[in-house]
Design a protein around this ligand. Structure first.
Ligand code: SF4
Ligand code: SF4
Length: 303
């Protein structure tokens, strides 16, 4: 029996995370550390504390209650010493405006299934379901597997949004319970994958190959985040196209527009290192869409 799973957030009525209306469950923890991560609050395997300064009314209640002395009220709002914080949640509980928010809550399998089942009516009316995202859901494999099994028993459609960076046995242990994979591909060159994400591309490609060999290619949507000057170079695009053309049965690829995430990093007390990064121009997305169209795949963009 799987223990509890750490979940960052549950988003309801999502319409961009798979077919129909969906509930998206964001798992905590990821073996990658992409410098442009769109959900940096999901990266660490433990809890996080986020501060939304525009909600803060400078009442000082959080400073008074913090047992570790981790908070200071300054002229610019609350200053958090993350080295001292133990994520006890006292400050977020006392904050009257929600300016401090703990990210990460433990759920048992039945509790999470109960949350997912609250939206059954929406799934039924829209042919939707639940999407497991993150972070990396495969980072909590036993918990994920039990939740997926519960969804299958309840006839709830599932999407697994994954970067595929997990041991083969982990992917093999969940794949029969997944209806659709959203599979992130970032780099063709292992050295670039290591440099920009700190992870091993061998696992990513081997798992993709295994899924295709098992006849699941038609159930995979490849997702490619267009990060200007980093993932969208001619060399990388060419390499990825070669990889994709060698995989059997794939039907679709989505090109994902990079969004500015530096605010999110700041609210977590993390430094955003890609300070020069710009959102890609529409013309660049169109160029890449045309380029990937040379493959026998349906190509979509989220511009
Ligand atoms: S979570 Fe606890 S330790 Fe961390 S800042 Fe808040 S009150 Fe202090
Ligand atoms: S309790 Fe909330 S509103 Fe009050 S100072 Fe702290 S963060 Fe700001």
């Amino acid at each position: 029996m799987a223990g509890k799973g750490l979940i960052t957030d549950i988003k309801r009525y999502a319409i961009h995370d798979g077919p129909g209306i969906r509930t998206t469950v964001f798992f905590k923890g990821c073996p990658l550390n992409c410098l442009w991560c769109h959900n940096p609050e999901c990266i660490s395997p433990g809890k996080d504390l986020m501060y939304f300064e525009y909600k803060c009314i400078a009442c000082g209640l959080c400073v008074k209650i913090c047992p570790e002395g981790a908070l200071k009220l300054t002229g610019k709002g609350i200053d958090i010493d993350y080295q001292l914080c133990t994520y006890c949640e006292k400050c977020s509980e006392v904050c009257p405006t929600g300016a401090l928010e703990i990210k990460g809550r433990f759920y048992s399998v039945p509790d999470l299934l109960e949350e997912i089942e609250k939206d059954l009516l929406y799934y039924d009316s829209s042919e939707g379901g639940v999407t497991f995202s993150g972070g990396e859901p495969l980072f909590q494999p036993e918990f994920l597997r039990e939740v997926l099994k519960g969804c299958r028993e309840g006839k709830i459609h599932t999407v697994l949004d994954t970067a595929g960076c997990a041991p083969r046995e982990v992917m093999a242990s969940v794949m029969e319970y997944v209806d659709l994979f959203y599979y992130d591909l970032k780099f063709a060159d292992p050295a670039e994958q290591e440099r920009f994400t700190g992870s091993n591309s061998d696992l990513v490609l081997k798992n993709l190959e295994m899924l295709c060999q098992e006849g699941r290619g038609k159930d995979i949507v490849i997702r490619f985040a267009v990060i200007p000057g980093i993932t969208d170079t001619e060399k990388n695009v060419k390499g990825l196209m070669e990889i994709l053309s060698s995989m059997e049965g794939l039907g679709e690829i989505h090109l994902l527009l990079y969004h500015d995430v530096r605010e999110k990093f700041r609210r977590l007390g993390r430094e955003f290192l890609l300070t020069e990064l710009e959102v890609p121009a529409r013309v660049r997305m169109e160029y890449l869409q045309n380029k990937f169209s040379a493959l026998d795949l349906k190509v979509k963009t989220n511009t």
